[in-house]
Design a protein around this ligand. Structure first.
Ligand code: 5AD
Length: 361
């Protein structure tokens, strides 16, 4: 039995074990880890893949993250905000197609108009997507950044039950290298705690391949997910953007194929450690490999996020360059993803929220 095989028989994993699993030395070991993750997935969740229809409803943002294409200082962008009617129309389309859940994502803003806009979109989606096949309406996930406790409560009371807030990296030095000094790791952690306390199902994640990032840092990220009992994970490769200064700061630690491999191993190790939680095969994986999202599913992911953002706005919502699916309609995205799911012997689940058994209020 190889060292990797005997390591995978363990029931708990220390930091050094996670590091070993993230740095296999040959393709046999990589395949052993992948197959194990797939077995864990099939046992804990089965073949089902759930959709979260993604509506990127506004690219206005108060922040200036050094990696992000929609950062406040990017003056080359046309800024947009979808009306509540438009957001609700996208949600109704999503419900009619049997998706079960929707993600509302935007740049981070804190003004009252913005908060009201989001609250009103959530309340209307909750009311207007109830049907015999979806008796509780669409499951709603929010991804609108760091907010006050009061604001998070308003979102929760309006009917959102999941929240995504990526930690980006848990390494304090790296976090401050990729964010302006006004943003802190501590505050992001505080927000994750607040979201949990309120009762949200909380998702987080990191970018992989950031300049200066190491395997030890990625192992710490996984231990952070464990310590904070995270319910959902979304991770993807860091992809440079011409209008974002991080691309000039320093050389990436790994080559693009190595970054893809690390991102897939991160998914596999999270699946092995956390069993039945929701892990997304993110669009960013497909930006560096044509079959990146299928690979994500093969390494243990069980969630896909088809784009519902109206095609006319997609070009203005590029957090990174070479974002796939800029020209496609939402119908194209649904069909294309379904065949990608079937190509790796998995099944699309319809009219279900797809929350893990481990989640309890
Ligand atoms: N490359 C990859 N991911 C990015 N994000 C933002 N900018 C980039 C980039 N250049 C991710 C961040 C953020 C999420 C919404 O998008 O992790 O939390």
């Amino acid at each position: 039995m190889s060292d990797i095989q005997s390591l995978l028989r363990q029931t708990s994993f220390q930091k050094e074990d996670v590091i070993t699993l993230l740095s296999p030395q040959n393709t046999d070991d990589i395949e052993t880890i992948r197959r194990h993750a797939e077995r864990v997935l099939l046992r804990a969740i089965g073949k089902k893949v759930h959709y979260r229809g993604l509506v990127e409803f506004s690219n206005r943002c108060n922040l200036d993250c050094y990696y992000c294409g929609i950062r406040r200082s990017n003056g080359t962008l046309t800024r947009f905000s979808m009306s509540v009617d438009n957001i609700v129309d996208a949600a109704k389309w999503c419900a009619a197609k049997g998706y079960g859940s929707i993600v509302l994502q935007s740049g981070q803003r804190t003004g009252n108009d913005f908060i009201e806009h989001v609250v009103s979109a959530i309340s209307r989606i909750k009311k207007e997507t109830v049907s015999s096949s979806l008796p509780d309406g669409l499951g709603i996930t929010l991804c609108v950044g760091e907010q006050s406790k009061e604001t998070y409560m308003r979102f929760f009371n309006a009917g959102a039950h999941r929240y995504l807030l990526r930690i980006e990296t848990t390494h304090p030095g790296l976090f401050s290298k990729i964010h302006p000094p006004t943003q802190t790791l501590e505050h992001r952690i505080e927000c994750l705690n607040t979201l949990k306390e309120i009762g949200f199902m909380v998702g987080t994640g990191v970018m992989i391949g950031l300049p200066g990032q190491t395997i030890r840092m990625l192992a710490d990220d996984i231990l952070f997910f464990q310590q904070y009992n995270i319910d959902m994970i979304g991770m993807g490769p860091y992809l440079p953007h011409r209008q974002a200064p991080l691309q000039n700061l320093s050389e990436a630690t790994w080559t693009t194929p190595a970054i893809l491999q690390k991102a897939l191993l991160m998914i596999a190790v999270c699946r092995i450690l956390f069993k039945d939680i929701n892990i997304a095969a993110t669009t960013a994986l497909q930006a560096i490999a044509p079959k990146g999202r299928e690979e994500g599913l093969r390494y243990g992911a069980n969630i896909l996020m088809p784009q519902l953002t109206p095609t006319r706005f997609r070009k203005s919502y590029q957090l990174y360059e070479n974002k796939p699916c800029l020209e496609e309609s939402k119908g194209d995205c649904a069909l294309c993803l379904k065949s990608r799911i079937e190509s790796v012997d998995r099944q699309l689940a319809v009219n279900e929220w797809g929350d893990p058994h481990s989640f309890s209020h």
